[in-house]
Design a protein. Structure first.
Ligand SMILES: [Zn+2]
Length: 235
């Protein structure tokens, strides 16, 4: 036999689980979960946009420095070109100048591209930043509404917990440990009655009557080899 108090305790746990399952079906609970996922997603996007903005800022600084360097070089060449005497040297200098002018055009285009990307980053940042407070307000609303639901369940939950605390004092500690361990390994219910003298009341596996009888001898319960539950001899 399993202590009556232990079985009552198990029944109360079952009720607690049921209450919790019901609460998880609550619309506000579900909505809050979705909103929280959205919030995390948006915050992640903002972080990425921040990183992108920093990256663009560095790119812009590098491009501007390069532009300055090329511009200085071109100015220098323009001065030198007036002093050139030989035609071959002039050709060479002209070619160099043309190359530098092209490099300058490229870096200018690059700067335009960076600024354009920067504008887009700023736009996205603004759009997400505008959405975020709405999501946070939504979560707050869900919290309030869900709190009402938990509040409604509270008196019964408190009552159950009080009853369980009283029962706990009467339950054999070794038995209670077994119950806790099996509960935590997701075996529910832990204690099941023997059915028809041969079947596990949990998984319904049938066992030879002789085996059941010998295993039940002594403490009046046995472990189901199939599902791990504790089968007890019902009175
Ligand atoms: Zn079983």
């Amino acid at each position: 036999m399993i202590q009556k108090e232990m079985l009552t305790y198990q029944d109360l746990d079952k009720e607690l689980n049921r209450i919790e399952r019901e609460l998880r079906k609550n619309d506000y609970y579900i909505k809050r979960k979705k909103l929280k996922a959205m919030q995390a997603d948006y915050e992640d996007k903002l972080t990425k946009l921040d990183q992108k903005a920093l990256e663009l800022k560095n790119q812009l600084a590098a491009a501007r420095a390069l532009m300055q360097k090329i511009t200085n070089f071109i100015l220098e060449q323009n001065k030198e070109i007036t002093e050139v005497e030989s035609e071959s040297e002039l050709n060479y200098m002209s070619k160099k100048l043309a190359e530098n002018m092209e490099a300058l055009a490229n870096v200018e285009n690059d700067i335009k591209r960076i600024l354009k990307e920067g504008e887009e980053v700023a736009r996205n940042f603004e759009a997400i930043s505008a959405e975020l407070p709405k999501i946070i307000a939504g979560i707050k609303k869900c919290n309030e509404e869900f709190a009402k639901a938990t509040e409604a369940a509270k008196p019964r939950v408190t009552e159950i917990k009080q009853q369980q605390a009283e029962l706990r004092k009467l339950i054999n500690p070794a038995l209670f440990d077994k119950y806790k361990k099996l509960s935590e390994s997701q075996i529910h219910p832990v204690f099941v009655p023997l059915q028809d003298g041969v079947r596990c009341g949990g998984c319904r596996m049938e066992m030879p009557r002789g085996v059941v009888e010998s295993k039940m001898q002594g403490n009046g319960y046995m472990v189901c080899e199939h599902c791990g539950r504790i089968i007890y001899q019902a009175e």
